[in-house]
Design a protein around this ligand. Structure first.
Ligand SMILES: O=C(O)CCC(=O)C(=O)O
Length: 251
């Protein structure tokens, strides 16, 4: 199935700057990431917000994810701080596990045209419930600009009910580097292109299912799609590039 459609995916990426490729990560691979995330949520909550660390309600992994949602409802500022802490605890591991994945290697080679690749960074994206703006930790319009790799690979950890609204928004088009002038909520996040400087075009909303990936190239303007649902949304993000290239920090 993947093999049969590989050329279609390659052409879609070339034409629009992004592509959704289904069925890349098996459940056990996503589970490794999920367990790391759950551990990080629990350890940060226990240490930094013990009033929300309620083990009696933790019957399943899903409940662990809901703990953070509960903080956002009761204490939005605290939720933002915890979100950053969780990202810093869990955010920069695992590329080696994922790099061993044959399906991912196949995709990188056949769709991105990179035979010997490096995954330089691993980041968990946490989009808290009812979040629609960079002041709430979403990333506004930006280009990745080759910061950590030529392409970004984004994959959700759960199937989520804000699926249809778009996990990400893209502005397809052939753009060079655009000025990034708006500071993001967190100095470790990327800066943002102001709406006034955004080129004309029709943004598209893009989602996928757990195990699928969304891939885009580093000049494609994109932003986090809002989370209009009542529960947090989680994804992992990889930057991929030629192994021979020296990685350097994201802009
Ligand atoms: O997951 C997100 O919120 C957006 C990720 C993104 O835009 C990026 O990594 O460049």
């Amino acid at each position: 199935m993947l093999q049969d459609n590989i050329e279609v995916f390659r052409q879609k990426l070339e034409a629009d700057g992004y592509v959704v490729v289904p069925g890349i990560f098996a459940t056990d691979v996503v589970n490794v990431v999920k367990e790391k995330l759950s551990d990080a949520i629990l350890s940060v909550l226990e240490r930094e917000a013990p009033e929300y660390f309620d083990t009696s309600i933790i019957a399943s992994e899903r409940d662990v994810q809901l703990l953070l949602t509960r903080v956002k409802v009761n204490a939005p500022e605290l939720a933002k701080q915890l979100r950053r802490r969780i990202i810093s605890v869990v955010g920069y591991e695992i590329p080696n596990v994922l790099k061993e994945n044959d399906t991912l290697s196949f995709v990188v080679e056949k769709i991105l045209g990179i035979r010997d690749f490096q995954l330089t960074l691993f980041l968990i994206s946490i989009c808290l419930p009812e979040s629609r703006d960079i002041s709430e930790g979403l990333l506004g319009w930006h280009q990745d600009l080759g910061g950590a790799g030529k392409y970004t690979i984004w994959s959700p950890i759960f199937d989520h009910d804000s699926f249809h609204g778009g996990y990400l928004k893209f502005l397809p088009g052939d753009f060079g580097p655009l000025p990034h002038t708006v500071l993001s909520e967190d100095r470790n996040d990327v800066n943002t292109i102001s709406e006034a400087l955004l080129p004309n075009g029709e943004p598209v909303s893009v989602s996928c299912r757990k195990g699928d990936v969304i891939i885009w190239h580093d000049l494609l303007p994109h932003k986090t799609g809002s989370n209009d649902s009542g529960i947090s949304r989680y994804a992992f993000i990889l930057w991929v590039d030629n192994a021979a290239k020296q990685p350097y920090a994201k802009q």
